[in-house]
Write a protein that binds this ligand. Structure first.
Ligand code: SAH
Length: 343
């Protein structure tokens, strides 16, 4: 079997080399790149300024990856739309399109499933299947724009998967996404959320992407964090915060710490005080998330404790907010739709 190359995952410079490798002038690479990423024409046959002999060559050597919307849930409360996509190998992933004051934001998946094992997260329960290719991350954006007719202004890598566990593909995706030919999205409008893969935070800092790094903290002591986030057994909170400080220094960007507030687990007054001590003086923001209930766990959030927690952080001088809930009627939290579908 001849494996065809995934042309939608190629950067422009890779396409130049690809064209040379099949005996073509490299400017053809630019034409094809524009078809794929600016005009979003995803069939070689419709690329009208490409000769039919080159189209045949392209067909013989490359494939244009595709994803299909198999389910779509639209909120009747706000403009949130949740997409369930089927990949070309039959796997499923999710994206959520949200309407914020500053524009439309899309939350995308970076892996099929997740191996990180966080106890409160629906995405990890059925385990990990595979990494997504850059083309499959781009297609979540292109398909959501095509289907909704809405322009996506910002992006969050907070759907299914751990983006830093798929480091090379995510970096390539960000480079294609922000390239002037194509979506041309400033990476200042991108947030990447990680459970805290410390070595990759150092690697990411070197790219100075300008994106916002969100770090899922969720607990203030190693004993507590290790219980709900197995990644903490590999990298302690101390090591994680050291990497975060390095990231802030290197990129000049503040970090956003995610804290899912779980009643009776991490929402006591002592937890709040410890969080203030941990983050005081750091250029950061704390995003409190009322834990989203998933049917496999009995975690829940308590409104009074949540707001007392917020008050304690503010009193301690931290910059903190409670995340607004969008798409509450369609279970817009990641991982839940895919799970229903796969069982
Ligand atoms: N793997 C990455 C990104 C995916 S999860 C990470 O861990 O950051 C995106 C965010 O949603 C993370 O902060 C994650 O901890 C949080 N999350 C997962 N399940 C949740 C739930 N049931 N309630 C609230 N937040 C949840």
């Amino acid at each position: 079997m001849i494996l065809k190359k995934d042309i939608l995952s190629c950067s422009l410079s890779e396409l130049y080399s690809e064209m040379e490798s099949i005996g073509e002038k490299n400017f053809r690479g630019k034409q094809i790149y524009e078809w794929l990423h600016t005009k979003r024409v995803h069939e070689f046959v419709n690329m009208s300024n490409i000769s039919s002999s080159l189209r045949t060559k392209l067909n013989d050597n490359y494939c244009i990856n595709s994803i299909k919307i198999v389910r779509k849930l639209e909120s009747s409360i706000d403009n949130t739309v949740k997409y369930l996509y089927e990949l070309s190998d039959g796997n499923h992933i999710e994206s959520v399109l949200m309407d914020y004051k500053h524009g439309n934001s899309l939350c995308i998946s970076t892996q099929v499933g997740c191996k990180m094992g966080c106890s409160f997260c629906a995405s990890t329960i059925a385990g990990f299947k595979r990494h997504l290719f850059p083309s499959e991350m781009l297609l979540q954006v292109y398909e959501a724009e095509r289907d909704s007719g809405r322009h996506i202004d910002s992006l969050v890598l907070m759907g299914i998967g751990e983006p830093l566990d798929n480091f090379d593909n995510v970096v390539k995706f960000l480079q294609i996404l922000s390239f002037e030919t194509g979506k041309n999205l400033s990476l200042r409008h991108v947030s990447l959320s990680t459970c805290g893969l410390v070595d990759k935070i150092y690697d990411l800092a070197e790219y100075r992407f300008g994106l916002t790094l969100s770090v899922s903290l969720h607990a203030v002591s190693d004993a507590k964090r290790s219980k709900i986030m197995p990644v903490n057994k590999k990298y302690t909170i101390g090591e994680l915060l050291k990497a975060c400080r390095y990231y802030i220094k290197k990129t000049g960007r503040r970090i956003s710490f995610e804290y899912a507030v779980i009643h009776g687990v991490n929402d006591s007054a002592d937890d709040a005080d410890a969080l203030v001590k941990l983050l005081k003086g750091m250029n950061c923001h704390v995003n409190l998330i009322p834990v989203n209930q998933i049917k496999e766990r009995d975690y829940r959030s308590d409104k009074n404790s949540l707001y007392s927690f917020l008050g304690a952080l503010e009193k301690g001088g931290l910059n903190a907010t409670v995340r607004r809930t969008l798409g509450a009627d369609i279970d817009a939290a990641c991982g839940q739709l895919r799970r229903e579908y796969e069982i």
